[in-house]
Write a new protein. Structure first.
Length: 148
């Protein structure tokens, strides 16, 4: 345990604290001393005990107000976190849906390409067969003309 010598309301005190906490204790006492002196200047000398009680109430009030603000901030952070998770989920759902649509479009594109290739082959085959028939017809006609 460490000992810290402090001055409060023009009186010196020796307080104990955990090792390494000396500076923190001094900072707290500066804050309390400032509150105490502000109240003493604003309210007059009501007596040390009453001023100490009012100082304690004011410090505790500040603590509770700060705690309420922290709780409000925690709730807001929790709400933001939930909204972020919801948004993230929506993004992943949207991404999955779009990937499925792209896959489906790729399949349709592949099917259409295959149909075009088949139709082109059938068309070429049809043209070749028609050309062969026309050639055969002309050949027969020429043979008939020669035989006459």
């Amino acid at each position: 345990m460490a000992n810290v010598k402090i001055k409060f309301n023009s009186k010196e005190f020796l307080l104990s604290c955990d090792d390494g906490q000396e500076e923190h204790l001094k900072e707290l006492l500066i804050h309390i001393n400032q509150k105490f002196n502000d109240l003493k200047n604003n309210l007059g000398n009501l007596g040390e005990n009453k001023l100490l009680l009012i100082t304690a109430v004011k410090v505790l009030d500040e603590y509770h107000e700060t705690r309420k603000k922290v709780e409000i901030q925690k709730d807001e952070l929790k709400n933001l976190s939930n909204k972020f998770k919801e948004l993230k989920s929506l993004i992943y759902d949207y991404k999955e849906k779009k990937e499925e649509e792209i896959k489906e479009l790729n399949n349709k594109h592949y099917d259409l390409k295959n149909k075009i290739d088949i139709n082109q082959k059938n068309y070429e085959k049809f043209i070749d067969e028609a050309a062969d028939e026309i050639s055969n017809f002309i050949e027969r006609a020429n043979l008939e003309n020669l035989s006459k």
